[in-house]
Design a protein around this ligand. Structure first.
Ligand code: ADP
Ligand code: MG
Length: 268
């Protein structure tokens, strides 16, 4: 039942873009479920206080639930906070509760403040093939923790006007983190989301992004689709909510590309 290559080493991928509403959460959820349904073991970490990833994966996130906040504070391990996703038994989710909203400030005075998530992930002794981290729409300490913990950044870009705005700032930040905190960090994947084939604009944005970033951009485009936006309200990914929909098949294709590329790079 393993239908995608298993990476030799665990791949830690942070899904980042400081713009809100570009598809970070949707991408984390659906790529996570796609990989898990392909037989791989996946851990999804919700690092956004809004907790939309946790909700979409059917995780409990009421106040007092063990969460990524407790992990960052060093009070519990990831294993103690992980919940199994009802959609995909191979997928574990570390939820975000409302507590996380204060973490950005609380972390400032802590020791090793940029390395807390990295330490927690390194301490996992489970056999996760993939760890996906969903970031909040900011470049603060939570996002820095994610970029220090990961080897790869995946950037979702919405095929809309202003899509490239703020991208320079994001790339500058990644470069600074690479120089000072995590020398092995790299942008491995760019995913074009909410593509509307009926508009010339979406096509122009996609062309522009491909011109700038070449092969880093996945061939698969995620179409704009109502099914994709409906699924989270049922606590589901679009892949389980409507498996035959274009949204579902395109996220499955994107996951396939990610898995095959990674296998190639790790061999090289
Ligand atoms: P972010 O995490 O970057 O803020 P989200 O993944 O939450 O972005 O997406 C923002 C909004 O757009 C959500 O309401 C989501 O359901 C919707 N959305 C995301 N991807 C698609 C898509 N391919 N088609 C239609 N709606 C989408
Ligand atoms: Mg989000």
């Amino acid at each position: 039942e393993l239908t995608l290559p298993r990476p030799r080493r665990r791949r830690v991928i942070t899904v980042s873009n400081q713009k809100g509403g570009v598809g970070k959460t949707t991408t984390t959820v659906n790529i996570g479920v796609a990989l898990a349904l392909s037989g791989l073991n996946v851990l999804v970490i919700d690092l956004d206080p809004q907790g939309n990833t946790s909700t979409a994966l059917g995780a409990v996130r009421i106040a007092g639930t063990p969460s990524i906040y407790d992990v960052l504070l060093g009070e519990i391990s990831i294993a103690e906070a992980v919940q199994t996703c009802p959609d995909a038994p191979r997928l574990g989710c570390v939820p975000a509760t409302i507590d996380l909203a204060g973490a950005e400030i609380e972390l400032v005075n802590m020791s090793e403040r940029e390395f807390r998530l990295r330490g927690a992930i390194e301490a996992i002794d489970g056999d996760f093939d993939y760890v996906l981290i969903d970031c909040p729409p900011s470049l603060g300490l939570l996002t820095i923790n994610a970029m220090v913990a990961a080897a790869e950044v995946m950037i979702p870009i919405q095929c809309e006007y202003y899509a490239l705005e703020g991208l320079g700032q994001l790339l500058g930040n990644i470069e600074r983190i690479k120089q000072h905190l995590n020398p092995t960090l790299a942008v491995s994947t760019i995913l074009l989301t909410m593509y509307d084939a009926r508009t010339k604009l979406a096509e122009a944005v996609a062309d522009e992004v491909r011109k700038h970033f070449g092969d880093t951009v996945l061939k698969t485009l995620i179409p704009r689709s109502v099914k994709v936006s409906e699924a989270p309200s049922y606590g589901q990914s679009v892949i389980t909510y409507d498996p035959g929909s274009r949204g579902a098949t395109s996220y499955l294709d994107a996951a396939k590309e990610i898995a095959h590329r990674g296998a190639k790079e790790q061999k090289a």
